[in-house]
Design a protein around this ligand. Sequence first.
Ligand code: 5GP
Length: 247
Amino acid sequence: YCDWSSDVCSSDLSSDLQVTPDFMNKMQENPEFWLKEYGKNDKIVSRKQLGERMRTGKLFVISGPSGTGKGTICNGVLADMEGMELSISMTTRSPRPGEKEGKDYFFVTEEKFQEIKAKKGFLESAGVYEHSYGTPKKMVMEKLDSGKDVILEIDTQGALMVKESHPEGILIFILPPSLKVLKERITKRGTDSEEVISKRMKEAVKEISVADRYDYIVVNDELSVAVDTVKSIIKAERNKEIGRAHV
Ligand code: 5GP
């Protein structure tokens, strides 16, 4: 890793490194200042050496039509990357077979949902397929404050709301290889009626129409490739500010 001791960080170096004088001054006062501000970068400075995490986490938002495999992609990313947590949403829909309270969703009544919404307890909320869905604000903020990155797996209405309130949030859209493949995937899942499938397909087209407002678009043709791509995006975003500090 790089040793940012003050003699290494002489001002002569600032021109070579093309960093601003302000960045260099801060570096000389406290060689580790940037870790507090720019944080997670195990490859450059070992965070473990400094004990506690000192950064605010990053907010990643993943959307895509139902059946694109965004849930599977999120699970793949979470299994492979340290310091990432999934936000568990609240919903008023009933659990599907196998879904667990507090793991897949917090299942609540419409009354409870509206009560939380009125108290501004959601980071965002939206009506999807006649049900309400929302991201519990406190839980996400606590994770971010503790230095964890958080993934929200939410629909496009919610994602664009998050981008407005948290412009630093990173929006990733997962696209199916084609609408035909998407329909096959939804049908194979076997959890939805013909009517619901056709509704989901209409909704898919609507969601895809705002994909260009996302920061990244990833096509889920081959699952392992899509997981790797999302992981690469996260890795790049985790390292981004160090580059920005030079501007
Ligand atoms: P499902 O009912 O199939 O689990 O989810 C339906 C849709 O709701 C998916 O597109 C999913 O991403 C979205 N969704 C799940 N949780 C939230 C949430 O907290 N907020 C918003 N806006 N959408 C959500």
